[in-house]
Write a protein that binds this ligand. Structure first.
Ligand SMILES: Cc1cc2nc3c(=O)[nH]c(=O)nc-3n(C[C@H](O)[C@H](O)[C@H](O)COP(=O)(O)O)c2cc1C
Length: 394
């Protein structure tokens, strides 16, 4: 990593608004984004994903009220580096004024995008009327969106879910010619429409520049399979003109291709599958570039990808190469945790636990336990080296 992660937290990255405006207008069709993830998408991990070709990275969500109160642990989450651009900082909250004020604070960190979280399902967020909680109060969601869009010069994007619960997954019939949402008009008499299709249009009308949709409802939390058909409905709505980003359960290059092919989304956002595997982006790009089907602005998709992949590293192939990337991640994580070795290692454990590198190894249980208990980098690295020595050829 070229930049020191322990540098001044927060409002340091240099970039003018006009720069970020240009970034937003550039078409990033068929792009792959790193999803925002609490406690996961810190600068250390974002930088690695960027190296392997993520076209955009997101910070974890940042609480608007805590930003306004200038809580140090929260403002630290605004730390971004030029090397990871384009980067979005995501905020969440339940009051338009606090969200507007938070967006103004975020703008001073010069992100390329300010993203609003309308999808977090957990009780401490949604239960208090923020995140996915706003799916039950759409007028307020739109008020928040307008307040943020009108306050800042940075492009504003949003991320949401298909709806609150199952009842939002069937089209609502409108004998009076109203759309399924009472706050919208326009559909013809007798038409029917899906909640998310109407919501997407309404958010677009508020001035967001892109919309990401996780193919689950709030009630589903992370259970069941993400439903991409409704994401496709949004994308195929002729009145939608902003890019639509699909999200949910995209774990393999094959699935990424299928989602682009079938649902026509402009970008795919990838979350959990990147744990312990930041090189997944490079694997996906490689696959997409050798199996092109798309046309993008007159050029074949593969041409577009090859142009971009000039900037990103090739994916590691062997276990030894992959383990080296994981070691590097540990070093970056320690740096991000203020050079506190133990903290950095504990912070990295989620990645060791989920990494595909350590999946399916015979008689691995005891080694896995040791790896997840190690507290110094010497211990972690020695265990990783022993894994390569024992299982590297499998
Ligand atoms: C540990 C974890 C933390 C998350 N934190 C956030 C967050 O801060 N903001 C957000 O919009 N979504 C958050 N999400 C949801 C992801 O961005 C994504 O929508 C979800 O994981 C589905 O995508 P996937 O199947 O590719 O993982 C989080 C998910 C996980 C697993």
């Amino acid at each position: 990593m070229q930049e020191n992660l322990t540098g001044a937290a927060g409002l340091t990255a240099q970039r003018s608004y006009s720069d970020s405006g240009l970034t937003a207008k550039r078409s990033e069709r068929h792009a792959l984004y790193l999803a925002p993830m609490e406690d996961v998408t810190d600068p250390a991990f974002r930088m690695l994903c960027k190296r392997y070709g993520a076209d955009r990275v997101y910070t974890e969500f940042v609480n608007a009220d805590a930003l306004v109160r200038d809580i140090a642990s929260t403002t630290r989450k605004l730390t971004i580096h030029d090397a990871e651009r384009p980067v979005a900082i995501q905020i969440y909250g339940r009051e338009p004024e606090a969200m507007r004020d938070a967006a103004l604070i975020v703008e001073q960190a010069h992100p390329d995008f300010i993203d609003i979280n309308f999808g977090c399902p957990v009780k401490k967020v949604a239960g208090k009327g923020a995140g996915a909680g706003l799916l039950r109060d759409v007028p307020k969601m739109l008020e928040i969106t307008k307040a943020v869009v009108n306050a800042v010069h940075t492009p504003v994007t949003a991320k949401t879910r298909l709806g609150w619960d199952e009842s939002d997954l069937t089209p609502k019939y409108n004998p009076l010619g109203l759309n399924s949402l009472p706050f919208r008009e326009g559909a013809g008499v007798g038409s029917s429409s899906y909640f998310i299709v109407d919501l997407a249009e309404a958010l677009q009308d508020c001035g967001i520049t892109e919309l990401a949709i996780h193919g689950r409802t709030r009630s589903q939390m992370y259970r069941g399979e993400a439903d991409w058909t409704l994401i496709g409905e949004v994308k195929n709505n002729p009145r939608m003109h902003i890019p639509v980003i699909g999200n949910g359960d995209v774990c393999t290059p094959e699935r990424a291709k299928e989602c682009f092919d079938r649902y026509g989304v402009d970008a795919i956002m990838i979350g959990r599958a990147t744990f312990g595997a930041p090189w997944l982006f490079a694997e996906m790009k490689e696959f997409l570039s050798t199996n092109p089907v798309f046309q993008s602005e007159g050029r074949s998709f593969s041409e577009t990808v090859f142009q971009r992949s000039g900037l990103s590293a090739a994916p590691p192939r062997s276990m030894a190469e992959k383990v080296n990337v994981l070691k590097e991640h540990v070093l970056y994580a320690i740096q991000w945790c203020g050079n506190d070795e133990r903290k950095g290692i504990i912070h990295s454990r989620r990645h060791f636990a989920a990494s595909p590198v350590f999946k399916g190894l015979a008689d691995f249980k005891q080694t896995r336990i040791a790896l997840l208990r190690a507290e110094t980098k010497e211990e972690v690295f020695a265990i990783m080296d022993s894994i390569v020595a024992q299982w590297g050829e499998e």
